[in-house]
Design a protein around this ligand. Structure first.
Ligand code: MIC
Ligand code: SF4
Length: 645
C-alpha cells in the first residue's frame, strides 16, 4: 500500500499499537535532546528512574538557554548537566556551541530517524527528514532510558508547495502564511508533511525554519522529504553517510491537502502578541522600530546571517534602532568570522550576541518599556521579551535587516538594493571541539550537585474525591510563559519550590502564596481556563510547579498536546468542559467537587463536577489513553513507573 513519509517513519519505529490515526501508539526513539532549561529536571528524573545508562543511538545535552551565568545557579546547572551526561553516556554541547535545534540539525539529525526533545521546537529536525517531536522532560528521560514515546497516531496533512519564492520573500513568510491559515489552535494530533515540486527550491535551513514554527500551530511535528538538497547539506557537514532518501509513495493518502503557490507569497509579519496574528508587512509599514533581533532557532542559519550581512554591509543601522545578531551556532559564527561577513555586521552597528537563545526567551536584550521590537524568532507572547508592555513583531531576516536600516517596518524591496542570493557552502566550517563525547570510563564520573539542584518533586497519590477552590480563572490562549515565566526566572528551573513562587506572576502575583495556604489546609487548588490552555513551550515546570502548589485539576475548554501530557505526567487532571458555555458559570473562588472521579476516569466516563456555589453540575471529559489513566491514578509518571517495577 502507498505510504506517506510520516507513516513510513512511524511504522518503522512502531513498538506498540496499530497504525490507526487517533489511537495510541508507542514508538521507539533513536535520538534525544535536552537543554539546560529542561535538562536538569529531565536528568534528575532519569536518575530517579534508576536506569544505568542512556540507551538511545544518540542523546545530546545542550547548554543554550541559560548562558548568562548571573549568580551561581546557571553555572552549577551546567556542571550538573556536564557531569551527569558524562556518567550516563550523553554528548554534552558546551555553552557557546550554539542553539540546540540548529546544532542538532548540523551535527546529528538523520533522515528517517526519530528524535524526541525536551523543547517544543524539536520539530526543526523535520527540515532534514526526521520525525522530531517535542515533549516534557520526563517523557524524554524515559526515552533516554530506552522506553518508547506514546502519542496519538497522527492525522497527516500534505502541504503541497508549488513554484519558487519571489525575491525578498523567504521561508519565514511561508510558515507565517500557513499560520494564518491553520492558526495557533485546533491542530492537535496533526503532522504536516511537505511535498510538491516547490520543496526542491528550499534549502535544508529554509525547510528547518518552516518545520520549526509548526510548533506555533500546535501540530505534533512537521517533516520534509529527504532528497538531493538534503544530501548536499549533509555532505557539506561531512556526514553524507547519514543521508538516505525519503519520499512519499505515489498515491499516498492524506487527511487534508493544503496547496501553497510559493510565487504568490509576499513578506508577512506576526503582530503582537501571537505568532498567529499574521498580517502583510505592507500593511504595517512605517511603524517606528526601537530594536531588531536576528537569530533564534527559527532564523539563525548561515543563509539567514549572510542575508543580513549582505544587506547591512557598507551601510549603517538607523540611529534610533539597536540591532542584536545571534548566529545559531559556533560553526556559523566561525564561518562569518572567516569570510568577512562578521566584520560587515559589526561595521553596520550590530551588537553580536552569543550563539544562544538569549533575546528569544527574554534572557537579555529586552526592549525599552512600551518599545517595538522586530525579531526573527518564533514567539511574540506578551512579556516574553522581558518587557511586559513591549510589542514584538516576528518576520524574516530580510524584513528585520530592512527595519534595522530604516528604523521603521519597511518592505525590503523598497530599499532599492539588490536582493542577496546566498549559496550554501560546499563545506561548512565543521569543528566538534565544543562537544564532550562520553568516554568508556564514564560510569565512575561523579555527578556535581550545587545548592540550586533540588529533588524532582513527586505528586501525592490523588484522593478519592476531588474537592477544591478555583484559584484563578483565565481566558483563551494561556501560554506556558504566562504560567511559568522564563527570562530572569529561568535560573530557578532546577529548584521547583523557588520557581513555584513565580507561577502566574504577571497575571496574579498572589496566586502562588494563596495556593500554598490552601495546600497547608488540605484544600485542593483548581485552575479554570478557556481554549488552548498551555500553548507554547514544552516546559514541564508549567505542570510541575502548579502540582507543587497543590493544583489537582485544570478545567479548560481545550488543551495543547504537550502541556496536557505534562499535566498527566505530574498527576494533575486535565479536564475538558463538555459544554464550553459552562465556563461562564464558574467564578474565581468557587468551590468545586467531584466524587468518585477515579472510577469515572478508570472507566473512561464523563466526570461530574459540582459547583458548590451555584449547584450546577458541570460535565467534564478526561480524554486519557489507558496508559495515561494508570499514570494519573498513580499520581504521576514517576510514581507509576516506580510502583509498577
Ligand atoms: C521556549 O522557546 O519557550 C523554550 C524556552 O525553548 C521552551 C523550553 C523551556 O521552556 O525550557 C520550549 O520551547 O519548549
Ligand atoms: Fe531557544 Fe527561542 Fe528556540 Fe526556544 S524558541 S529553543 S528559547 S531560540
Amino acid at each position: 500500500m502507498s505510504q506517506n513519509i510520516v507513516e513510513k517513519v512511524l511504522q518503522a519505529h512502531l513498538r506498540e499499537g496499530g497504525y490507526v490515526p487517533g489511537s495510541e501508539i508507542a514508538v521507539g526513539i533513536d535520538q534525544t535532546l535536552v537543554h539546560d532549561a529542561t535538562g536538569t529536571m529531565a536528568f534528575l528524573q532519569f536518575e530517579a528512574l534508576g536506569v544505568d545508562a542512556v540507551r538511545t543511538d544518540r542523546s545530546v545535552t545542550y547548554i543554550d538557554h541559560n548562558t548568562q551565568q548571573i549568580g551561581f545557579e546557571n553555572s552549577d546547572d551546567h556542571l550538573y548537566l556536564q557531569s551527569v551526561s558524562a556518567k550516563y553516556g550523553a554528548v554534552y554541547s558546551r555553552a557557546g556551541n550554539g542553539i540546540c535545534h540548529q546544532v542538532h540539525l548540523e551535527r546529528f539529525g538523520k533522515p528517517g530517524t526519530t528524535l524526541l526533545g525536551a523543547d517544543s521546537h524539536t520539530p526543526t529536525g523535520g527540515g532534514i527528514g526526521q520525525i522530531a517531536i517535542g515533549a516534557g522532560g520526563l517523557d524524554v528521560a524515559v526515552a533516554m532510558g530506552g522506553g518508547p514515546f506514546r502519542l496519538a497516531c497522527p492525522r497527516v496533512y500534505l502541504v503541497k508547495l508549488a513554484g519558487r519564492l519571489r525575491e525578498w520573500v523567504s521561508a519565514k513568510d511561508v510558515v507565517l502564511h500557513l499560520l494564518s491559515m491553520l492558526s495557533t489552535k485546533g491542530n492537535v494530533g496533526v503532522v504536516l508533511e511537505y511535498g510538491g515540486e516547490g520543496v526542491q527550491g528550499l534549502g535544508v535551513p529554509a525547510r528547518a525554519t518552516i518545520a520549526n514554527m509548526g510548533a506555533e500551530m500546535g501540530v505534533t511535528t512537521s517533516i520534509f522529504p529527504s532528497d538531493e538538497v538534503t544530501r548536499r547539506f549533509l555532505k557539506a557537514q561531512g556526514r553524507e553517510n547519514d543521508w538516505r532518501e525519503l519520499s512519499a509513495d505515489p498515491g499516498a493518502r492524506y487527511d487534508r491537502v493544503i496547496e501553497i503557490d510559493l510565487a504568490a507569497l509576499e513578506p508577512l509579519v506576526a503582530a503582537p502578541h501571537s505568532p498567529g496574528n499574521v498580517m502583510r508587512l505592507a500593511d504595517v509599514e512605517g511603524l517606528r522600530v526601537d530594536q531588531v533581533c536576528i537569530g533564534s532557532c527559527t532564523n539563525s542559519s548561515y543563509r539567514d546571517m549572510m542575508t543580513a550581512a549582505a544587506m547591512l554591509g557598507g551601510r549603517s543601522i538607523h540611529p534610533d534602532t539597536s540591532l542584536g545578531i545571534a548566529p545559531g551556532s559556533r560553526q556559523i559564527l566561525r564561518t562569518l568570522a572567516r569570510n568577512g561577513a562578521l566584520d560587515q555586521l559589526i561595521g553596520a552597528g550590530a551588537r553580536i550576541l552569543e550563539s544562544a537563545c538569549g533575546f528569544c526567551v527574554g534572557v537579555h536584550f529586552s526592549p525599552k518599556s512600551g518599545g517595538v521590537s522586530v525579531r526573527t524568532s518564533n514567539r511574540n507572547f506578551e512579556g516574553r521579551s522581558g518587557t511586559q508592555d513591549a510589542r514584538v513583531y516576528l518576520c524574516s531576516p530580510e524584513a528585520a535587516a530592512a527595519a534595522a536600516l530604516t528604523g521603521r517596518l519597511t518592505a525590503p524591496e523598497r530599499l532599492g538594493i539588490a536582493c542577496p542570493k546566498i549559496q550554501e557552502p560546499e563545506a561548512y566550517a565543521v569543528d566538534d571541539s565544543m562537544f564532550i563525547f562520553p568516554d568508556a570510563g564514564r560510569k565512575e564520573a561523579t555527578v556535581f550537585r550545587g545548592p540550586n539542584i533540588g529533588e524532582p518533586p513527586r505528586s501525592e497519590k490523588m484522593t478519592r474525591d476531588l474537592s477544591g477552590r478555583v484559584m484563578i480563572k483565565l481566558g483563551d490562549n494561556i501560554t506556558t510563559d504566562h504560567i511559568t515565566p522564563a527570562g530572569a526566572r529561568l535560573k530557578y528551573r532546577s529548584n521547583v519550590p523557588k520557581y513555584s513562587e513565580f507561577v502566574f506572576e504577571n497575571v496574579d502575583p498572589l496566586f502562588s502564596r494563596r495556593c500554598l495556604e490552601n495546600k497547608t489546609k488540605g484544600i485542593h487548588n483548581i485552575i479554570v481556563a478557556g481554549e488552548s490552555y498551555g500553548q507554547g513551550s514544552s516546559r514541564e515546570h508549567a505542570s510541575m510547579c502548579p502540582m507543587y502548589l497543590g493544583v489537582k485539576a485544570v478545567i479548560a475548554k481545550s488543551f495543547e498536546r504537550i502541556h496536557s501530557a505534562n499535566l498527566v505526567n505530574f498527576g494533575v487532571l486535565p479536564l475538558v468542559l463538555r459544554n464550553p458555555a459552562d465556563y461562564d458559570g464558574i467564578l474565581p473562588d468557587d468551590g468545586l467537587s467531584a466524587e468518585n472521579w477515579r472510577e469515572a476516569v478508570a472507566r473512561g466516563q464523563a466526570i461530574l463536577v459540582r459547583n458548590e456555589r451555584s449547584g450546577a453540575a458541570i460535565e467534564c471529559r478526561c480524554a486519557l489513553t489507558e496508559k495515561q489513566t494508570a499514570v494519573v491514578l498513580a499520581g504521576g509518571l514517576l510514581n507509576h513507573i516506580t510502583c509498577t517495577r
